[in-house]
Structures are given as C-alpha cells and as structure tokens.
Write a protein that binds this ligand. Structure first.
Ligand code: GLU
Length: 317
C-alpha cells in the first residue's frame, strides 16, 4: 500500500553524524525542486546501517527546520519498513532474480573479471552454482551467512537515464548486493522500495549517488515500480572543502552546531548557501521562502561549490 498517492520529492539523510554544509545545501535544493514543482516534500531517515547510526536523525531534522525547510508528515524511519523490504526481496527471489553469494571482498578482488564486465563489477563467482555447490559454499563460511545478489539480466551491462542536472547519464550494472551477509538490506533496494511506497517521483541528491541510479532504475523495472520518465532525477554538485576534496568534518566548522559555536547563526549559513546557488548577493539575508521564489531549476550551478572558511563572510578558523 503506498503511504501517499501524489507526487513528492524527498531528502533522505543517513544518521551518521550532523549534516554539514554540503548536506544542508543538497537538502535545500531538494526542497526547492519539490516545492517549486508543486510536489509534497518528504523526509526519510536512512538508518539501516546500524554501525553508522549515531542517533543523529533527530538533530539532522532540527537543523533542517532551523534553515527554514518544512516537510509533509512525520519523517519516515527506514528501519521500520523492514516488512516491505523483505516483500520486495521475496518478489525478486520468486522471479529467480536472487542468488546467494559467499564471496568476501578479498575473493572478489582476486577473481578474474568476466569478459566485457565494467571495472569493479562482481565477477559472477557464485552466480551459477548448483544446489549442492551452494550448500557446500554455505557450510564453508559458517557461521557467516551468505549475502544475496541480484541476477542482473544477461547482457545488460549499463543503463542510461536522463537527469535534470547531468543531462543524459550512463552507468554500469552488475550483480549488485541486495542483502548483506549480516542480514542488512542494501541501500539500493531499500531506497527504491521506500521511494515508491512514499509516492516519491522526484529524486534530488548529491551527484556522488549518480553511479547508483542505473541499478536503482533496474530494480524499479524488475519490481514493477514507477520508473523514469514517471520518476525524475536531479543529481546536484557536491560541496568541496578548501583542499578541493569533498567537504568533510575535518575541514573545520562545517555543521550548524560548530558554526553556531563561532557565532554564525543558521540565517547566515542559509545566506551563504543561497549565494552559492546564485539566489542571493554576498552577505544578503534571505528566508527559505524567498529562496524558493527565486529558484529556477534550469539555472542551478553545474559545478561544485568550493567552501573556503577564509572567504569573505565566512568565519576564520
Ligand atoms: N541516505 C543516502 C545518503 O545519505 C542518500 C540516499 C538517497 O538520497 O538516495 O547518502
């Protein structure tokens, strides 16, 4: 049963710590893309990876609210959606599209890659095992449990999709993991199942996730879920730190909490982000509503924003 029936955008952070300027900028973009197109805007906390769950989901939501973002309904907690994830996995398994994999990372690196396979693709070691071989492989790794992989359609090595920011984009497909050996459902499966159940038809996120999109579109097709053009994608440029690498906590005060400790309030952060998106002059105070009024999805910058703490308007670190 879908949770909602009309189109929606969403922001789906993993609760692995406080959001930094790059995450906050992507969230504001996702919100503006959705609201400016008349969609609802939804929030989902992607807490499946318990090893990374620092319990920071609530703080992430509070930070987004303090920037002026609003969302419809309560945030969806991904770990509470296990029944739907299991049902999707069962649907794929019933169609013969799932197989057990006992490979370790080391096994995969050591295996010769299949001819014409994309770089880094799963070499297919466990794909065609007989039931007897599968039992032996299972026994050999006990008490470790096998992971589950998708049996990707023969010959489908890549898939093209249209992106509102990147244009036409092509990415690799392989027999990717659907469930890890420890029982955790993989990101690609959970994200596809949850977006469909929430009625999400516009996915705006950092462009580091563009390479995952072909896999997710393949899952939409195999599960009979809405897929492009009924679902649109916009992968937005990341924020880089002063060294030119992707912005990270080590780059200094990059979260709202760190910045407020230096006397920078969320309104100032919003003004920096708006300026980086061409929506405000340097130092101009602006509300989220005003940003939305000025937002034009066809005019967002296509290159990363390099955040330099020594730039005018930013605090000295
Ligand atoms: N939870 C993912 C992340 O924080 C994003 C998932 C998505 O937007 O598809 O990287």
């Amino acid at each position: 049963m879908p949770l909602h029936t009309t189109g929606a955008g969403r922001y789906a952070p993993s609760p692995s710590g406080d959001l930094h300027l790059g995450n906050l900028r992507t969230a504001l973009l996702a919100w503006m893309f959705a609201r400016s197109s008349g969609r609802r805007f939804l929030m989902r906390i992607e807490d499946l990876d318990r090893a990374r769950d620092a319990g920071s989901g609530a703080r992430q939501l509070a930070d987004l609210a303090s920037l002026g973002l609003d969302w419809d309904g309560d945030a969806v907690i991904q770990s509470e959606r296990a029944a739907d994830h299991a049902a999707a996995l069962a649907q794929l398994a019933a169609a013969g599209l799932v197989y057990e994999c006992t490979c370790t990372r080391k096994d995969i690196l050591a295996a010769p890659s299949a001819p014409h396979a994309p770089p880094g693709a799963y070499p297919g070691t466990c794909r065609d095992r007989s039931p007897v071989e599968r039992e032996a492989a299972r026994a050999a790794i006990a008490p470790r449990q096998p992971a589950l992989r998708l049996r990707a359609p023969e010959g489908l090595r890549s898939l093209e999709f249209s992106d509102l920011v990147l244009g036409n984009s092509r990415g690799d497909i392989d027999d990717f993991v659907l469930q890890r050996g420890d029982g955790t459902v993989a990101y690609n499966l959970a994200v596809v199942v949850d977006d469909a159940a929430m009625g999400v038809d516009q996915i705006v996120r950092g462009d580091d996730l563009a390479p995952s999109t072909p896999r997710q579109i393949l899952l939409q097709r195999l599960l009979g879920l809405p897929t492009p053009p009924a679902v649109e994608y916009a992968h937005v440029p990341l924020v880089l730190g002063p060294s030119g690498a992707r912005l990270a906590k080590r780059d200094g005060a990059v979260t709202l909490q760190d910045l407020s400790g230096r006397g920078v309030n969320p309104g100032v952060v919003r003004s920096w982000i708006a300026n980086s998106l061409g929506l405000a002059a340097p130092g101009e105070a602006i509300t989220a509503g005003e940003m939305l009024q000025r937002f034009d999805p066809t005019r967002i910058p296509h290159t990363p924003w390099t955040w330099d703490p020594r730039a005018p308007g930013a605090p000295r670190q």
